[in-house]
Write a protein that binds this ligand. Structure first.
Ligand SMILES: C[S@@+](CC[C@H](N)C(=O)[O-])C[C@H]1O[C@@H](n2cnc3c(N)ncnc32)[C@H](O)[C@@H]1O
Length: 350
């Protein structure tokens, strides 16, 4: 029997936007575009794998879930799994590989991945969350947008930290369906306990540029791991700003290099084997960019060199990973000779 997880999640998203539009008319524009956004991601002509991903999600079994803790580093859905459910679930989740952002666990109990299915993702996304979370204005009651949210791991953590509503956006068809697979097991565990009982965590499969420009709907906007993929960083900063309410908080995490306010690296070809990397500023330059884009109270709260423990090949992501992207004789350099990946988190006010 097939489940209706995706349809149900879409309905919850519609109703959430409808409620929002009653307070903030700019959300009507989102409602107008939503049918196109949600149909496009199902269109085989756009995404050859879409029907297969949908089928994998729809065939996930219904489990009896005992507890979901959106605050645990390994985002764990505690449930009892019999052997056939475990085999079926593992096989279906593996059809959604590569799993890059996580970790997740389905079945068993927190801290016991023997009896559950542990999706050991390429990235320890929990480590990034640990670096970022202590510096945020409290998320309780806030409306949050996570731009480029991947599988949705951080979005769930934002809900776990008390956000009233989380909207994750990302143009990847695969990551959208990974989110839906996790949504299937989370069920209504993230729902509001008061009044509506509506889901708090939603996903729209679009890039930031597709959103209405000056929505001003969100108290906090996250852009983590996206800026360096953008050809026009200032446009990206303006688009982020347009989604924030006045006084709202931007959380920007991106690749940086050492240097002064005038230092920016534009890799000529690939950077760490990625062919879509454009601007890597120094922290000082990035602060200047944010100020020039009109943000205030700009501060850098964390700088971290990415380690081979944080990003690595696993059973759930079997392609090349960081170790293959660095110079085998000097891990402070990428294989192309650029400084190895170092990431900074900046927080700013609109
Ligand atoms: C390096 S991953 C970062 C994932 C996650 N935010 C994190 O920090 O771990 C970059 C993500 O941004 C998404 N992305 C790329 N261009 C985007 C755009 N224009 N708008 C929104 N997301 C985008 C990609 O699909 C990918 O999932």
């Amino acid at each position: 029997m097939l489940n209706d997880t995706i349809t149900h999640a879409e309905r919850e998203l519609y109703l959430t936007l409808l409620e929002l539009a009653q307070q903030q008319p700019s959300a009507y524009e989102w409602l107008t575009r939503l049918p196109t956004w949600l149909n496009d991601i199902k269109n085989k002509a756009n995404y050859a794998h879409a029907p297969a991903y949908q089928a994998s999600v729809a065939r996930l079994p219904q489990l009896t879930v005992n507890h979901v803790d959106l605050n645990s580093d390994t985002l764990t859905i505690e449930a009892s799994l019999n052997e056939s459910q475990r085999k079926q679930t593992t096989a279906l989740l593996k059809q959604l590989m590569p799993w890059r952002k996580g970790p997740f666990q389905i079945g068993g109990q927190i801290g016991d991945d023997e009896s559950g299915i542990k999706i050991d993702t390429e990235w320890h996304s929990d480590w990034k969350w640990q670096r970022v979370a202590p510096h945020l204005s409290r998320l309780d009651g806030r409306r949050v947008l996570d731009v480029g949210g991947g599988s949705g791991y951080h979005g769930w953590r934002m809900a776990g930290a008390g956000a009233d509503t989380v909207i994750i956006i990302d143009p990847s068809c695969l990551f959208y369906h990974q989110f839906m697979a996790i949504r299937h097991f989370v069920g209504s565990a993230d729902a509001h306990t008061h009044n509506t009982g509506r889901y708090r965590t939603h996903y729209i499969p679009v890039p930031l540029e597709a959103l209405p420009e000056h929505s001003q709907l969100f108290d906090t906007v996250f852009s983590m791991g996206v800026l360096y993929h953008r050809q026009s960083p200032f446009e990206h900063l303006q688009q982020l700003k347009g989604q924030l309410v006045k006084g709202g908080e931007l959380v920007l995490e991106t690749l940086v290099i050492e240097g002064d306010a005038n230092t920016v690296l534009v890799p000529h070809d690939r950077y760490a084997q990625m062919n879509n990397v454009y601007f890597l500023p120094s922290v000082a330059a990035l602060i200047g960019w944010l100020e020039k884009a009109g943000f205030s109270e700009v501060r850098c709260v964390d700088v971290a060199v990415t380690s081979m423990e944080e990003q690595r090949k696993t059973e759930w992501m079997t392609y090349h990973s960081l170790i293959d992207f660095l110079d085998p004789n000097d891990s402070t350099k990428t294989i192309e000779g650029y400084p190895a990946p170092m990431r900074a988190t900046l927080i700013a006010k609109k």
